[in-house]
Design a protein around this ligand. Structure first.
Ligand code: SF4
Ligand code: SF4
Length: 135
């Protein structure tokens, strides 16, 4: 079992600093791989990242919600060009550095979204993600 970072991630980066086995990496290029990703082969399922995430983007793989009900105000991020994701997010990471995400949307209270596509996206990233392979 691994943890999975979902599309609620806003590249804030704190999770990667607490992972004891350093299996969390930022997707590159950002427009194609907008979140951080967890290497399932290395993850020891300790849960430290989930506790650290300020936006609740991380779930155990078998608990990733297919019907996540938004409180309202959450930012969901997808690759550039994804239909419906037309808002630009400007934020800061845990080091105070600027974060710019091109394709996001802000969820409204009660909106229900499926976060499970992040499981496949995470797996695909470690098969083909150029940022990971270039490490
Ligand atoms: S559950 Fe633990 S080992 Fe797995 S990614 Fe999170 S911090 Fe790292
Ligand atoms: S702590 Fe949460 S928001 Fe920050 S990079 Fe990790 S998953 Fe994304």
């Amino acid at each position: 079992m691994t943890r999975v970072i979902t599309s609620l991630c806003v590249r804030e980066g704190a999770c990667a600093t607490v992972c004891p086995v350093e299996c969390i990496v930022a997707g590159k290029p950002e427009d194609k791989y907008p979140w951080y990703y967890i290497d399932a082969d290395t993850c020891i399922d300790c849960g430290a990242c989930e506790s650290e995430c300020p936006v609740g983007a991380i779930f155990p793989e078998d608990e990733v919600p297919s019907a996540f009900k938004a409180k309202g105000g959450e930012t969901q991020s997808m690759p550039v060009g994804t239909a419906g994701f037309t808002t630009v997010y400007e934020g800061k990471n845990h080091d105070g550095e600027a974060v710019h995400l091109e394709a996001t949307k802000v969820l409204t209270a009660g909106e229900v979204v499926d976060l499970t596509p992040a499981i496949q996206a995470n797996n695909d990233f470690f098969k083909s993600g150029p940022g990971y392979n270039a490490k």
